[in-house]
Each structure stands twice: as structure tokens, then as C-alpha cells.
Write a protein that binds this ligand. Structure first.
Ligand SMILES: [Zn+2]
Length: 105
């Protein structure tokens, strides 16, 4: 069973309990945390929280990459050799961006 961090208890479990969600006698098969039920929905709050956190991190990385790509595209040099170098870098950045988008699902 994966241990819950203090942060997770504070940010996930406590607010859930306060919101009237019911802690079930079942454990998440994925992470071992107690499952909850609220409004007829049974879920693992920890997996949802971690998933959401991961998505936010991914989004942050995507934003940085997008900003960089946009900057390069807006500042393409006149010199052809330089231009080729820029396009090369842009292509690589786009590939990395697509990689992250895929991970995000
Ligand atoms: Zn879980």
C-alpha cells in the first residue's frame, strides 16, 4: 500500500470528508488508498488528485514549449543558413511537444 503524504491528506482526504463524502471499506487496486463515495460515484481521490497534478505539470511544460516555438517563429532570421537552424530547432520542439501531449492522453 502506497503511503499518503501529509499534503495529500490535507489537500485531498480532509476536504472530501468535510464535503460529506463517505470513506468506503474498499481500497483502490491501483494505489491502495481508501476509496470514497459521493453522489453515487465511487472513486479513488488520490489517483484523481495525482492524475490532475500530473496533467497540470504537463500543461506547464507544454506552455513553455509553445511560448518558445512562438518566439522562434516570430523571430525567424533572414539568413538562410540561420533560418535552417531555426527551423530545425522548431521541428524538434514540436516533436517534444507532441510527445508530451501524447503522455497527457
Ligand atoms: Zn488510487
Amino acid at each position: 500500500m502506497m503511503a499518503l503524504t501529509n499534503e495529500e491528506i490535507r489537500k485531498v482526504i480532509t476536504p472530501l470528508l468535510l464535503s460529506g463524502a463517505k470513506m468506503l471499506d474498499k481500497h483502490c487496486p491501483k494505489c491502495g488508498a481508501p476509496m470514497f463515495e459521493k453522489d453515487g460515484r465511487v472513486f479513488c481521490p488520490l489517483c484523481e488528485y495525482r492524475e490532475q497534478k500530473k496533467r497540470q505539470e504537463m500543461k506547464g511544460i507544454e506552455d513553455i514549449l509553445m511560448k518558445k516555438i512562438r518566439y522562434l517563429v516570430n523571430n525567424l532570421p533572414e539568413d538562410l543558413e540561420e533560418l535552417e537552424r531555426y527551423l530545425d530547432i522548431i521541428e524538434k520542439l514540436i516533436r517534444i511537444l507532441e510527445h508530451y501531449k501524447k503522455l497527457e492522453g
